[in-house]
Design a protein around this ligand. Sequence first.
Ligand code: PLP
Length: 411
Amino acid sequence: MPTAIDVFAKVRGHERAEQLRAAREADLLPYFRRLEGPAGPIVEMEGAERIMLGSNNYLGLTADPRVIEGARAALDRYGTGLTGSRFLNGTIDLHLQLEAELAAWMGTEEAIVFTTGHQANVGTLGTLLGPGDTVIADSGDHASILDGCLLSRAKLRPFRHGRLDKLEKMLERADEDGGGVLVVVDGVFSMEGDVADLPRIVELCRAHGARLMVDEAHGAGVLGARGAGASELLGVERDVDLRMGTFSKSLASCGGFIAGTHEVIDYLRVTSRAFMFTAAAVPAAVGAALAALRIVRSEEGPQLFGRVLENAAYLSEGLSQLGFQVIEDEHTTTIVPVIVGDDWKAVLLWRALYDAGVYVNVALHPAVPPAGALLRTSVMATHDRATLDRALGAFAEVKRRFEAEHGPLPA
Ligand SMILES: Cc1ncc(COP(=O)(O)O)c(C=O)c1O
């Protein structure tokens, strides 16, 4: 007998459908807004100029002529696409140079380049872990980490964001699970912008014989003297077994990497399905990432890291002085989150800022805990003070009008 259930039924009455419809109707949807020019500190978006406080182009290198030339030279030499996997016909010399330079930057034996950062996480966790193993993850970890953990079918033991007492408990439980144990955390958490307490996490992993993987997507190109990320900043590079990074933030391109020992990286090369069964990134993406990495590793790198972090501190201070509730951490990062709490208020505030010429990202549940809606603002090294002051002026005006109509925002 044919099935009576249509698998598409769920697309009709899902939980978010009503919200999505209402937001679209009121033109309040903060997602899929149309960019009409380069991803700079000020962008053209839907017919107006807006200050970009919602980008991961932390060093502003997508507009750097050397990075553009890196992309163009790769395009001219190799054409528009590689039309095959790294494993087969998709590896070019630029991949090999990039992998060698990434490993030198991270101070590891080797590195492997994936087509996206998401695939780097899925293709590593889903390959190294198996049903007999245990993986312990912070609840604030990026979705791609969770996807990799689920794919692996390892026993997943999550712990509340930043609660290392809970991590310790999970490690104790994992001792009894009987398989290998991996702890995986973001070095810088992508929504809250806080830095993981890696020295303590290393200590706990050591005590329990667990391996440690750190996702440096938001730390690489920003933190530490070499810009190698949170592991470098906190002096634990040698104690972290695997470091993941992306090209889609400071490195001004698209792609991802894993850095670690020769034996692990070589294993991934011949077993990771997200590496082997997908096309290699287009040559222009690889050429751009390589050119950006060379800038990051040059004398210019630390100046750029300094500039973006000064901008973040300036924005954070300015927003706090205006009475916004800004999440603060011991370490400044490029991410300056403003707590709003209620989802609908966050969307209304986003729209008011958008109309006032400032673009920010809105993070709603499940990207953040329930009732933890926030505006995720982030800065670039290429924002100047006048632009940040203009943005702060818009925040001040929007807050005044918003609170008059909707009541006080969290302070
Ligand atoms: C912490 C973290 N890890 C991994 C990724 C995935 O990287 P990509 O977007 O380059 O695929 C992201 C991107 O949003 C991220 O923020």
